[in-house]
Design a protein around this ligand. Structure first.
Ligand SMILES: NC(=O)c1ccc[n+]([C@@H]2O[C@H](COP(=O)([O-])OP(=O)(O)OC[C@H]3O[C@@H](n4cnc5c(N)ncnc54)[C@H](O)[C@@H]3O)[C@@H](O)[C@H]2O)c1
Length: 350
């Protein structure tokens, strides 16, 4: 399936900068993939040149909306025919591994939606394919890319907090959609990655996990369930509590919170009024007096993960949220599920 580009627009795009300095991007999966297209379009040297989605109607709507003429209902066919620098992979999780490997084998860098795979074994296969082909693999963890998260991270890197020794990272939803994925893989990964990133990625040594399964109906009409909780211990002695659920009896529509205790100061990033907007606070003591600071980032908007990936590729710099960090998230998720099944802590190999 393919539509012709408006000739004028194609000519204007081609004239802006030499092709050799532009990235050709393809997007697979046009639910969250539409957000990727917006993100790629923040960058002046990126062209989203083709789209793929198994759903022809969705493909048509996205093709029209974003004025992308080259559209495929089969992602593999698109990878065979078109030439890309980067693929944005936004299909349901169960397709990530096969399509990421196909894209990497076709010589593309890959920006993969979270969670990067169904488990750590798949994630390792994806990383092996990236290494084999000398291509990049990045995971889209959008919580890292807000102006506020970046401002917090800048304070962490400046040493304001000292060493983090405890954290609690949470995403609870009052009523979620029963779409087949689990709260841990859907919501928990965001808060886990954010905490690991702010903590400087200490190495996990053991995990104690517990889950509560839905009793019936997948989380509707007062049916609580799909809760995961975990205590994660790291090699530097720090511990992190992780909680995620998609149908539970709380006052907020959404409760997102990441709290970290450091030896010099503590931080809290928390959503406001059950919505997506977050506030960030820093707690410390100055001259014996407790001080609460509200963090207000200078820039209201921050460039997207897509923009950052493009910058890294074009400037030959390391990219953020590399697949290796996505793999650690998958290893922790696997360990939580294993521990929940066995009722025992799961130790990581030294
Ligand atoms: N980073 C975020 O904040 C965020 C938000 C939402 C979803 N996601 C992630 O994005 C991914 C997709 O989630 P979604 O909510 O957009 O799902 P979705 O179901 O809305 O969209 C997925 C699309 O992929 C298409 N598709 C499925 N299999 C395909 C295949 N083999 N080839 C081509 N197209 C295929 C479907 O037709 C559908 O249009 C998941 O991994 C999810 O975890 C991330």
């Amino acid at each position: 399936m393919s539509r012709r580009p408006p000739a004028g627009l194609a000519a204007v795009r081609a004239a802006r900068v030499p092709d050799s300095r532009r990235l050709r991007v393809g997007v697979i999966g046009l639910g969250s993939g539409c957000t990727h297209i917006d993100g790629w379009r923040q960058h002046p040297n990126v062209d989203v040149v083709a789209l793929a989605d198994a759903d022809a109607d969705r493909l048509d709507v996205a093709g029209e909306r974003f004025d992308v003429a080259t559209c495929y209902t089969c992602a593999e066919t698109m990878l065979d025919i078109e030439r890309f620098d980067v693929i944005s992979l936004c299909t349901p999780n169960r397709f990530h591994k096969a399509l990421a490997i196909a894209a990497l084998e076709a010589g593309c860098h890959v920006l993969c939606e979270k969670p990067m795979a169904l488990g750590a074994t798949e994630a390792r296969e994806m990383l092996a394919a990236a290494r084999r082909n000398g291509r990049r693999l990045m995971v889209n963890f959008p919580c890292r890319f807000s102006a506020q998260s970046r401002a917090l991270k800048a304070q962490v890197d400046a040493g304001l907090f000292g060493d983090f020794y405890f954290g609690r990272s949470v995403w609870h939803r009052r009523r979620g959609l029963p779409d087949g994925s689990r709260a841990l893989a859907d919501l928990g990964v965001h808060r886990l990655d954010l905490a690991l990133w702010l903590m400087g990625h200490p190495r996990p040594t053991w995990v104690l996990g517990s889950t509560h399964e839905p009793t019936a109906g997948g989380g509707w009409a007062g049916d609580v369930g799909d809760l995961a909780t975990a205590l994660i211990r790291f090699d530097n002695g720090a511990t992190l509590v992780l909680e995620a659920s998609r149908a539970t009896h709380i006052g907020e529509a959404e409760l997102m919170e990441t709290r970290l205790f450091g030896t010099r100061a503590g931080l809290l990033q928390k959503n406001l009024d059950g919505g997506p907007r977050c506030e960030a606070q820093i707690f410390l003591e100055q001259a014996g007096t407790p001080c609460d600071l509200h963090l207000r980032p200078a820039a209201p908007e921050a460039p997207s993960a897509m923009y950052e990936f493009a910058e890294a590729i074009l400037n030959e710099r390391p990219h953020p949220a590399p697949g290796e960090e996505g793999l650690v998230v998958m290893e922790i998720l696997d360990a939580i599920c294993q521990s929940a099944r066995s009722g025992e802590p799961v130790r990581f190999a030294a």
